[in-house]
Ligand binder design. Structure first.
Ligand SMILES: CC(C)(COP(=O)(O)OP(=O)(O)OC[C@H]1O[C@@H](n2cnc3c(N)ncnc32)[C@H](O)[C@@H]1OP(=O)(O)O)[C@@H](O)C(=O)NCCC(=O)NCCS
Length: 183
């Protein structure tokens, strides 16, 4: 399978934030932004894979800045990593005030997508051609993130399995804002 460069699938979606996207506080719903991120991740992954793709995992999403009604939100997506059938799409979200032209970075997130063949099974994707320093940095960072996440998930599973309310847990919760009232 021939490698495809990152530029082959780089995708940007820009959308005007209209009043119906706002929450009760007058700011844009986080869920609306998540939906736009899923959309741009799909477009970017499908362009690279040349097939239909599904979202399998969404990395941590931290909204660093509120987005206002009237802002122009741009979501810039590129493939950061490919496995055999999976792809990690990095998405940077910027919000622009169209009157002042001030641009704010609202968040960066990573969506893992899986390519599907016509039979509905995961399908092999083309390798990624890394043509710049940033391409290599993002790919290597994704490899590192994948390994660290695997270790974290193993540790969390082990923690849940051996969990019991013992002295260690009581000590860990002593300075937290909770009251143990277990009968
Ligand atoms: C994604 C899906 C096809 C994976 O199925 P599966 O039986 O685990 O398939 P495989 O074990 O062959 O894994 C396929 C790839 O997904 C990756 N993968 C599976 N679960 C993953 C997870 N939780 N996080 C990251 N990657 C994951 C595997 O590492 C593998 O990648 P690789 O081929 O690059 O090594 C299946 O879980 C699915 O269809 N999920 C529903 C997706 C969906 O509908 N999304 C929309 C949101 S509602």
């Amino acid at each position: 399978m021939q490698a495809r460069p990152v530029d082959y699938s780089r995708t940007t979606i820009t959308e005007l934030m209209i009043p119906s996207y706002a929450n009760f506080g007058g700011k844009i719903h986080g869920g609306l932004l998540l939906s736009l991120m899923d959309k741009v991740a799909y477009a970017c992954a499908s362009r690279h894979a040349g097939t239909y793709c599904v979202t399998v995992s969404v990395g941590a999403v931290d909204f660093l800045q509120p987005v206002d009604v009237g802002d122009l939100v741009s979501l810039m997506a590129s493939v950061n990593y490919v496995g055999r059938t999976s792809l990690v799409v990095g998405i940077r979200v910027n919000s622009e005030n169209v009157q002042t032209r001030e641009v704010r970075h609202t968040n960066t997130s990573y969506f893992t997508m899986v390519a599907k063949g016509e039979d509905g099974n995961p399908a092999e994707v083309p390798p990624l051609m890394l043509e710049s320093y940033d391409d290599v940095r993002r790919f290597a960072t994704a490899v590192y993130r994948r390994r660290v996440r695997g270790e974290l998930l193993d540790n969390m599973a082990a923690f849940s399995e051996r969990f019991t309310i013992d002295e260690e847990v009581r000590a860990a919760l002593a300075n937290e804002r909770c009251v143990l009232h277990v009968k």
